[in-house]
Structures are given as C-alpha cells and as structure tokens.
Design a protein around this ligand. Structure first.
Ligand code: 8IG
Length: 271
C-alpha cells in the first residue's frame, strides 16, 4: 500500500461514496460465500476493487475482487466480494483495507464470512458456525506500525466483546440451530499438521482458518459491530482421514451457496 493506511482508507471511502450509496452494513464474502450473494438480489452498483485506492486484486481462488451495493430488508449493504490474505504476501494493513474503507464509508455493522476447517467431529462440512471469539495465531495485528491518527481510537483496543453478543443473538434468530465456536486464525497458506491440530483443540479452538481475525480487529477499532460466520468446508488434518484439497474446499462452498444466501437474506434485515 502506498501511503499511511488510515489516510488511504479515508481516500478509498471517499471514492467509494462517489459511486455507491452510503453503506449501513458491510459483508465480506469469503471463499464459499460468494455465490450466496445471488440470493440477495441484483446489485445496484458494482465496481472492481482495483478502482479504489489501496485495493489490490485478490489472488486466491474463489475471490472475485468486486464491491457492490445491494438493498436487503431496507438496508444499504456493501458486499465486498473477495478478500486479501497474509498468505498472498499482503501486509496486515492491506488485509484489513477493504473493511476499514467500508467502516469509514459509513458501515456500522460488519459481517465477516469465511470457509474454515473444523476441529470437531460434530461440526461437519456444510455446517455454518457463528464465531463467538477468535484466537489470533497469525502473529500480526492491523494496528501495528504508526499510531492511528486522530480521530481514530487508541491502538490498544479492547477486544472483550469483539464478536458482539447482540449480533450473535441476531444470527440465532435467523438460524436458530447455528452453533457457536472459537476461530483460530493462522497465517497459512499450508494447512496444519496433525500435531498443530491437536494443539489448536487443546487451546480451545473449534475452527481454523486463514482470515477474519485481523479484519474483525480493524472493524472493532473503528467502532463497528462485528459478526463472523464460518462455513465448515473440511475437517482439519488429523480430524479427517482424508488429505486436504483446496478444490474440495471450494466445491463444499458451491454446494452450500443457496443455503448460505438464504441465511444472509434472513439475517441482514435483522441487523
Ligand atoms: I476452508 O483446515 C479452510 N481454511 N488453516 N486449516 C486452515 N485454514 C483452512 C482450513 C484448514 N480449511
């Protein structure tokens, strides 16, 4: 990213608001969730992320790299289709740039979706899990580096209610059977060894993935409320007897797309 991250995000928010309506809710569509957006109806405006300052074209499969505006339940919703990851060689500031931009543009609620590996045999592929909390094992923070400029809050941000109880309650109204789980964020892109999976279970994680945690921290730092939803696409190494395959991860997402879309369509008006 060229320039100080908060200033670049402010500029990107200004550009975004020239082309798209002011968002109330931002939804990051991770792997497996992109096709779900079709259930939300046609986009009012679509723009390639690359048009916005500081955005880089995602390289991971299943990530399109567009932003679009849809109306859902009377709300203006900004869909961020595609995200950047540390494993693409992006910096933490780049990873959270889209979320920061969306919050600076007006979104007070951020919904982060992802695909994740399951550390529990009772969370099988196809299961959606509401993230109750995370364990950030990436070794990174979006708040490292220069101090956030005024008017933004202290870099020493409190994360007690990061995945806020209010939004988790709302998610349960849209999907009464949705379980909650702890998401461990790792840098990837390799999957875990069985020994690492045993460690993750021992420290209390239910899910493992390579995204979401830094975005949640950045959104919370800017005062937004955060909800995160994981689609289980595989059992983590050693939980499953099968070797992990990225194509299967994407296929599991495709199979779940319509169901995920209906969940989002029911959820968004309640937020
Ligand atoms: I989808 O098993 C998905 N993302 N680290 N481990 C990690 N990330 C993942 C996995 C997994 N499955």
């Amino acid at each position: 990213m060229v320039g100080p991250p908060f200033a670049v995000a402010e500029k990107a928010a200004t550009y975004l608001l020239r082309a798209l309506p002011k968002p109330e809710v931002a939804v990051v569509l991770g792997s497996g969730w992109r096709a779900a957006a079709e259930e939300l109806g046609p986009a009012e405006v679509t723009m390639p992320m690359a048009y916005l300052p500081g955005f880089v074209a995602p390289t991971a499969g299943g990530h399109a790299g567009v932003v679009c505006s849809v109306r859902a339940g009377g709300r203006s919703v900004l869909l961020l289709e595609g995200r950047s990851h540390l494993y693409e060689g992006r910096t933490p500031s780049e990873v959270v740039h889209a979320v920061r931009t969306a919050v600076m543009a007006g979104a007070r609620t951020v919904v982060l979706t992802n695909a994740a590996g399951s550390l529990r045999t009772d969370f099988q592929p196809g299961q959606v899990v509401v993230v109750r909390d995370h364990i950030n094992l990436t070794g990174a923070s979006p708040l490292s580096g220069e101090e956030p400029p005024a008017p933004y809050g202290s870099r020493f941000v409190d994360l007690t209610d990061l995945y806020c109880a209010r939004l988790r309650e709302v998610a349960r109204r849209a999907g009464p059977d949705l379980p909650e789980g702890i998401y461990a964020a790792l840098p990837g892109p390799h999957y875990e060894t069985p020994a690492e999976v045993a460690m993750l279970r021992a420290v209390g994680a239910d899910l493992v993935g390579m995204s979401t945690a830094l975005e949640a921290i950045a959104a919370r730092h800017l005062g937004a409320e955060v909800l995160a939803l994981s689609l289980v696409t595989n059992l983590a190494a050693g939980v499953s007897l099968e070797p992990l395959d990225h194509a299967e991860v994407l296929a599991a997402g495709d199979r779940a797309a319509a169901r995920l879309g209906r969940l989002l369509a029911e959820l968004l008006p309640l937020l």
